[in-house]
Design a protein around this ligand. Structure first.
Ligand code: 8YV
Length: 314
């Protein structure tokens, strides 16, 4: 019986085929019917293959007595019970380098989509509004200040592109950086937002960052400001975001992530000031194939000799 459990299918399908060929994993999404068989399979599982946005529910982890390794297809591990993993000496691996560029590119895409009114323009034509009038003009990113909250791999890559090619001034705020040591670093997200025209959320989701982007920060970003979130919906207080947009104290928001995906609040859907994408920042064929390759390499290496790459320090 297999000792690998795949929690949900990957896209593209090549990854599923390779997983099946190499490990014949149990497919969790197909296990729901027969409770006895399910319990028998789960009791045997040593390796879980999951995704960043899915994680591993704490109860499911608890029902896998022989679990040794969780491989995440993605960079985020906020939906994994880290205490339980730590206590049970379970290894976690992620694939952060694989998706840095794709997600940073998506930051640029959202910045342009919002500032140049691309999604809005698309709706404008499809709704027939162009026949009745003109869409308002957008603005240039050049010369504006970009604030990056969470200056890890993705934040730095976005800063490199938007600060380089797009001529933005870059500032950042990161829990591991000290403003006394770098003139571009700000001590709090509020200070960062105060000076930024575009604020990018690129920090990890965790209990420490839950709802950290609140009404004060959104109002500090201001009526011309743009909030971009490609990290986790949990970092932004959604009710505050809706209020800030509706009261016009925040200019616009471009969001790839939401706290209760795939549910998106109606206020964000109907707002003319939002640009929304369905958690697809890492969704390029090339990136996803590399993420899948890393998951497969980790499982293969672990089952061969107990070693993994890109292990999280718990
Ligand atoms: C997902 C992500 O992994 O990396 C992450 O943490 O959230 C995404 O890249 C992706 O949606 C795969 O499901």
């Amino acid at each position: 019986m297999t000792d690998v459990l795949q929690l949900s299918p990957y896209a593209p399908d090549e990854i599923n085929e390779e997983m099946d060929r190499r490990f014949s994993p149990a497919h969790y999404w197909e296990l729901q019917q027969d409770e006895d068989l399910k319990a028998q399979i789960l009791s045997n599982i040593r390796v879980v293959a999951t995704k960043g946005d899915l994680g591993l529910p704490a109860e499911l982890m608890a029902s896998l007595p022989n679990l040794e390794l969780i491989t995440v297809y993605g960079a985020g591990y906020d939906k994994i019970d880290l205490d339980q993993a730590r206590n049970r000496n379970i290894i976690i691996t992620t694939t952060p380098d694989a998706l840095t560029e794709a997600v940073a590119d998506h930051v640029v895409a959202l910045a342009l989509a919002s500032s140049r009114r691309i999604a809005e323009g698309d709706r404008f034509i499809r709704n027939g509004d162009w026949l009745r009038g003109k869409l308002g003009i957008g603005y240039s990113l050049r010369g504006k200040t970009l604030g990056i909250f969470g200056y890890g791999r993705i934040g730095r890559k976005a800063a490199e592109i938007l600060g380089g090619t797009f001529g933005m001034h870059v500032l950042y705020c990161d829990r591991n950086s000290n403003p006394a040591e770098d003139s571009l670093c700000r001590g709090t997200p509020l200070e960062l937002a105060n000076e930024s025209d575009v604020l990018v959320i690129a920090a990890s989701g965790s209990p420490d960052t839950k709802n950290i982007i609140d009404i004060n920060i959104l109002e500090a970003l201001g009526p011309q400001g743009l909030l971009i979130n490609i990290a986790r919906g949990s970092l932004v207080n959604t009710q505050h975001l809706i209020t800030a947009l509706e009261s016009r104290k925040l200019g616009a928001a471009a969001l790839d992530v939401f706290p209760d995906e795939p549910n998106v609040p109606n206020e964000l859907i109907s707002s003319p000031y939002t640009t929304l994408t369905p958690h697809l920042a890492s969704a390029t064929l090339e990136t996803r194939l590399e993420m899948g390759r890393q998951v497969i390499e980790n499982i293969s290496s672990y089952t061969r000799n107990g070693e993994v790459f890109s292990r999280l320090n718990l």
